[in-house]
Design a protein. Structure first.
Length: 310
């Protein structure tokens, strides 16, 4: 893995830590939006393109929304190979489900960033929302891309399903923040901790929140009632990876999701949604985590199990 500094690729660890040994996720760098009133990026059919990984939970969010919102015929997509080594994400269609770069023919994802900005200083991550018309990156922050997908293209698609309704926005935002800090990013804080104190703090917060969510779901089908909201769609990619990868690889081994009565039921309910099931590619997930994180798994041995994923 590595990052771009002034347009030059520097090999470095995927684990970026603060001074105390806790994992510190780098911020995203392209944060534009798409709207009918935007001076540059307006909703149009076949103008925008997604670069994603099936392994990445953040990118999977955008794939789920692309399907739920009927955008598959409007926004094209390329999928990187699950292996991420010294050159970062790469395009290689030899792994089933991955693809070549259909727009530029690039070998490495970093070349997409450099096409947008030859002097870019950034981590090279997925997802990327690319604009074919201007040859630029619109956004590479998944939480913002799913908001764009939720409403920006409604007039084109006729799909008005709203996963961020105005009446629930405050509750969704509050849940999102807690779940992001302690669960979505919490599994990484646990797995990438470089000392015992940082690990203990992260893993305790992770399971405290999972316990709270399990209790919350005692009398509720989804996190905020009987309808799926953005909060559910941000949580589910993490839950689907938990027993397969995070439990073992990231030392999140206090409990499995299958050990939670309500969280497990909830995960299965969401997994039955085609847009979620179709974008959950277990072979990509296992291959990426166990192969790519050499500092955690130096022999790159990919476990055979679990026998039953969900």
């Amino acid at each position: 893995m590595g990052r771009l500094v002034d347009g030059i690729w520097h090999v470095s660890s995927v684990i970026t830590s603060d001074g105390m040994g806790s994992y510190d996720r780098l911020p995203r760098t392209f944060l534009e939006t798409i709207s009918s009133s935007h001076s540059l990026y307006r909703p149009e059919a076949n103008r925008y393109h997604l670069y994603v990984s099936y392994a990445c939970p953040w990118a999977t969010r955008t794939l789920i929304y692309r399907q739920l919102k009927g955008l598959a015929d409007y926004i094209s997509v390329d999928v990187v190979h699950p292996d991420m080594g010294d050159d970062g994400w790469l395009f290689d269609d030899t792994f089933e489900g991955s693809s070549r770069d259909s727009l530029h023919g690039f070998k490495f994802l970093r070349q997409v960033y450099l096409e947008a900005d030859p002097l870019a200083s950034t981590s090279v991550t997925v997802p990327i929302l690319w604009d074919k018309k201007t040859g630029s990156i619109v956004n590479n922050e998944s939480s913002q891309i799913i908001r764009i997908f939720n409403s920006a293209f409604n007039d084109l698609t006729g799909n008005t399903d709203d996963f961020y309704p105005s009446s629930l926005r405050r509750e969704i935002d509050d849940l999102n923040e807690k779940i992001y800090q302690t669960v979505n990013n919490g599994v990484y804080k646990t797995g990438f901790a470089t000392n015992q104190e940082s690990y203990d703090e992260a893993v305790t917060s992770l399971f405290d929140t999972l316990d709270e969510l399990d209790q919350r779901l005692t009398n509720s089908k989804y996190l905020l009632g009987d309808e799926i909201t953005e909060a559910d769609l941000r949580l589910i990619p993490t839950l689907l990876r938990f027993d397969v990868v995070y439990f073992t690889h990231f030392k999140c081994n206090w409990k499995r999701i299958v050990d939670y009565k309500n969280l497990h039921r909830y995960m299965l309910d969401l997994y039955s949604v085609p847009a979620i099931k179709d974008t959950c590619q277990i072979d990509h997930i296992k291959r990426h985590y166990y192969f790519s994180h050499e500092g955690i798994n130096p022999h790159r041995i990919i476990p055979k199990g679990p026998q039953k994923f969900f």
